[in-house]
Design a protein around this ligand. Structure first.
Ligand code: AMP
Ligand code: ZN
Length: 509
């Protein structure tokens, strides 16, 4: 498996630090509002990455924080006349619910900033003792950026360029404008905790470094987030960890591309966002995940409702194909005596040979398509989680399955089941649950078959077969009124007859 590191700008063979186990951390949301589908893109991308690592046999320890103390939460609480705890609790719960609704697996560890104050204070103390941080007069504590020789490594920036290019606030309590806050002195009305530097609260960058260290141990294998977090957030997390523990921080930095609307990054501040919850009212989570999987996680993704509707249609194509494959498998079992009874086998030997050779050619093609889809899916996923290639491989199998269903004159049940299982299984590996209608026919068919045909059994499928057979015999005898009567009786129990190229079947109306 090869993974692209945004720090080295290259793909390398993945070797976890502890063989067989992957330790992975992805920065979570600041819980002051509902998340939008841009945020969701990042979380869904890492869910797919985690799922593929698990599917590849790794034991994955996945941690993700909730930033539940922050200026944005405090502002929202003040606007609404609520406590920041209440705001953070509400949006933490909503985040958890909406992530589950879109089939993102819960993290193994979900630390909250407000519950990790002790470890953060411990880290800050150690940074001060080692000369990498200082307490200012006003009770803030700052990290001294120039004390870290490796600063800039994660995001590929040079300290001196930062002075020129970046928008850095002047602040007279800082010794250097580049320094960032590890601890912020309490302001009236804000949540705060006691510390050696007076009451205050932790800075944002501090929580992730302390949590990674506490819950996963440093260095970890994979640290991730959206590409907008590479600087300053990840750079600052990394600087603290390097200077506090001298053990390395993350072997691979992974950053997702931004979700865009009309070419611009979706963000709360631009107001060009759709919340995940509102999108899920209109579309399935599976369609949204498919839309996302169709673009590589590092590339920007242009969102539009048309594209989402397109993904919904594509997903419906997969579901129909799986339903048809399952129906064909079922029919194949009913038809197992087809060859012996077929008039072709009895009489017209050349015709029988044609049917057999078309069918066996179609079967070998589908068999090959199954093998290719599995191999391609795996090799794309192993190439830096190329979900776009992996999804394309599955759609080739959908096409191959559809042409098999059209071409073959009788079906190979296990081949049909194999193709259907590959599709469902591989989409599920991407977190996309294809919802296939289970064609359970109503029990009333048994009574109907008894009444019309004197059918003696109790099995619904056998009753359905008997009714279909009676209808096709009536048609063959040009007894249209009997054929219509059977069709009408079926409609009376909510069942329709569907005539397809390969035969007739009963479906719920
Ligand atoms: P925040 O709560 O702002 O820290 O964002 C949570 C996560 O969403 C971070 O990993 C961000 O990088 C990511 N994110 C924010 N906006 C977008 C976007 N438009 N596209 C993709 N990821 C985003
Ligand atoms: Zn973080």
């Amino acid at each position: 498996m090869r993974i692209y590191s945004s720090q080295t700008h290259s793909k390398t063979d993945f070797k976890p630090i502890d063989s067989g186990r992957v330790r992975m951390y992805v920065c979570g949301p600041t819980v002051y509002d509902n998340i939008h589908i841009g945020n969701a893109r990042t979380f869904i991308s890492f869910d797919v990455i985690r799922r593929w690592l698990i599917a590849s046999g790794y034991e994955v320890s996945f941690a993700q924080n909730l930033t539940d103390v922050d200026d944005k939460i405090i502002n929202r609480a003040n606007e609404q006349g609520r406590t920041s705890e209440a705001v953070a609790e509400e949006f933490s719960q909503r985040f958890i619910e909406v992530m589950r609704a879109v089939n993102v697996l819960d993290p193994d560890i979900r630390p909250r900033a407000t519950k990790e104050i002790g470890p953060m204070i411990g880290m800050i103390k150690s940074l001060i003792e080692q000369g990498h941080a200082y307490a200012a007069e006003n009770g803030d504590v700052y990290f001294s950026v120039r004390s870290d020789e490796r600063y800039g490594e994660v995001s590929g920036r040079k300290i001196d360029d930062l002075m020129v290019g970046a928008r850095i606030e002047e602040n007279e309590d800082k010794r250097d404008p580049l320094d960032f806050a590890l601890w912020k002195a309490a302001k009236p009305g804000e949540p705060s905790w006691p510390s050696p530097w007076g009451a205050g609260r932790p800075g944002w960058h501090t929580e992730c470094a302390a949590m990674v260290h506490r819950y996963l141990g440093v260095p970890i294998d994979i640290h991730g987030g959206g590409s907008d977090l590479a600087f300053p957030h990840h750079e600052n997390e990394c600087a603290q960890a390097h200077c506090a523990w001298h053990a390395g921080f993350a072997n691979i930095w992974m950053h997702t591309g931004m979700l865009l609307v009309d070419g611009e990054k979706m963000s709360k501040s631009l107001g060009n966002f759709y919340t995940l919850a509102e999108v899920l009212e209109k579309h399935s989570g599976a369609a949204l995940r498919l839309l996302m999987a169709q673009t590589h996680y590092r590339s920007p993704l242009d969102f539009s409702w048309e594209r989402l509707a397109g993904a919904e249609n594509s997903l419906a194509r997969v579901a129909t194909s799986v339903e048809n494959l399952r129906w064909a498998a079922h029919k194949a079992q009913d038809d197992s005596t087809f060859i012996e009874h077929s008039s072709l086998a009895d009489g017209d030997a050349t015709g029988a040979c044609d049917v057999l050779s078309t069918t066996s050619e179609a079967a070998s093609e589908l068999q090959r398509a199954c093998e290719c889809a599995c191999a391609d899916f795996e090799s794309h996923m192993n190439d830096d989680f190329n979900t776009a290639g992996a999804v394309a491989a599955l759609f080739s199998l959908v096409n191959a399955a559809n042409s098999y269903l059209e071409t073959a004159r009788f079906f190979d049940a296990s081949l049909c089941e194999q193709a259907a299982d590959i599709l469902l299984d591989r989409f599920a590996t991407l977190g996309i649950e294809v919802s296939v209608r289970e064609e359970e026919l109503p029990h009333e068919l048994v009574g109907l078959a008894k009444r019309l045909l004197g059918f003696a059994g109790t099995d619904i499928d056998a009753a359905a077969t008997a009714l279909l057979k009676a209808r096709s015999e009536a048609r063959a005898d040009k007894d249209w009124s009997r054929a219509d009567a059977i069709r009408n009786e079926l409609a009376g129990v909510g069942v329709v007859v569907e005539d397809t190229a390969t035969g007739s079947r009963l479906k719920r109306a």
